[in-house]
Write a protein that binds this ligand. Structure first.
Ligand SMILES: Cc1ncc(COP(=O)(O)O)c(C=O)c1O
Length: 360
């Protein structure tokens, strides 16, 4: 079997070593006589898996003791509901810095629960930049950002200054790509299917003082209930948690820490951005200082030529390069598991394609 280089925005490519270990353990995990897929979530084998996974995540992200780690379901999208449900005070409101489709969804869901103010929006710039110097009214219950916008390829390099207002960040497409200063956040959430493994698991990292007992909140949607039950109020997504554990082990073995992984990610991104910037065919519309090192959109400006490029890439085993339907063109998602070799192959093809389709 020849494995492709998968540039999908998520679910996305997994490290080969992770798949190999998973395959080796598929029939029997350790000496348990069963697969993780078959295991009771209350069994000692699974309890060891979930505890080790949490320990590895805490160690890599340097999560302080005063934060809880929750392993939930419902995707990152359910957090657009759970965050306001749990963090909005009666009659209170949230502030959102609007940077594209993901904050649009967060705003819409928040407004079903309570107040929501758009503090700033980059819509007029077609979401090609991150807004800086946004002031935070101190009467807000929290400020919501999408730290890395998967669709437009923008990334906060500096977090907004929120004073005493907790910062909530959707880190679905940047978690584990670089070190984070967790104490700057009130709450972080991320779907696992990009840098953390497979779909079905959402990780929430939340400061303990923000977890309020609120009996009116349905149990499954309550951080307090989930935290009290150590993410086992019901059956958690056991296999996805196990997979996250394997991914974290891979990161530790290969990079040791997230600073080294960031350097590797920057190297991959630089290779691609340099090619785009020197190209006369491909462009990336994002302000250079706001560019993501995980998601890199690029276009030729001609839909037919974009389609031709995507087909040429697929023929070479470089798949899922089609841009998001709202943006068009191409998008290369180069998460942690994408090797430098995959980006190099893409860049080589871009060079050849440009020569063959030169616009005079
Ligand atoms: C930044 C961001 N937030 C939220 C989501 C929604 O995630 P899910 O499909 O897990 O609900 C995505 C999905 O790609 C995303 O990229």
């Amino acid at each position: 079997m020849t494995r492709v280089f998968n540039f999908s925005a998520g679910p996305s490519q997994l490290p080969t070593e992770v798949l190999q270990k998973c395959a080796a353990e598929l029939m029997e995990y350790g000496i348990s006589g069963q697969s993780v897929m078959e295991m009771s979530h209350r069994s000692s084998s699974f309890l060891e898996i979930i505890e080790t996974t949490e320990r590895r995540l805490r160690s890599l992200l340097q999560i302080p003791e005063s934060y809880q780690v929750l392993f939930l379901q419902g995707g990152a999208s359910l957090q657009f509901t759970m965050v306001p449900m749990n963090l909005l005070k009666p009659g209170g409101k949230a502030g959102v810095i609007h940077t594209g489709a993901w904050t649009k969804k967060a705003i819409a869901e928040c407004r079903k629960i309570g107040g929501c103010e758009i503090l700033a929006s980059s819509e007029a710039e077609h979401f090609t930049e991150i807004l800086k110097g946004v002031t935070t009214p101190q009467d807000l219950d929290y400020v919501h950002i999408c730290e890395n916008n998967t669709i437009y390829g923008t990334k906060y390099k500096e977090l907004p200054e929120c004073g005493n207002v907790p910062l909530v960040a959707d880190c679905s497409s940047c978690i584990l790509s670089e070190p984070m200063e967790i104490s700057r956040y009130g709450l972080i959430f991320a779907g696992a299917q990009k840098n953390m493994g497979i779909a079905g698991l959402t990780v929430v990292i939340v400061r303990e003082d923000l977890i309020q007992e609120r009996p009116e909140i349905p149990s499954m949607l309550s951080y307090a209930v989930q935290a009290k039950n150590k993410s086992m109020f019901n059956t958690p997504p056991t296999f996805a948690i196990y997979l996250l554990g394997l991914v974290l082990e891979w990161v530790e073995n290969r990079y040791h820490d997230l600073a080294a992984l960031k350097t590797h990610n920057q190297q991959k991104a630089a290779l691609l951005y340099n090619q785009i910037d020197q190209s006369r065919l491909f462009t990336n519309p994002v302000r250079p200082e706001d560019r993501s090192i995980m998601n890199v959109p690029f276009v030729t400006g001609d839909a037919a030529l974009d389609a031709k490029f995507i087909a040429a890439a697929e023929a070479e085993g470089l798949v899922n390069l089609k841009g998001h339907r709202s943006v068009g063109g191409m998008r290369a998602s180069i998460y942690n598991a994408m090797p430098l070799e995959g980006v190099q192959k893409l860049v080589d093809l871009m060079r050849r394609f440009e020569e063959e389709n030169r616009i005079c």
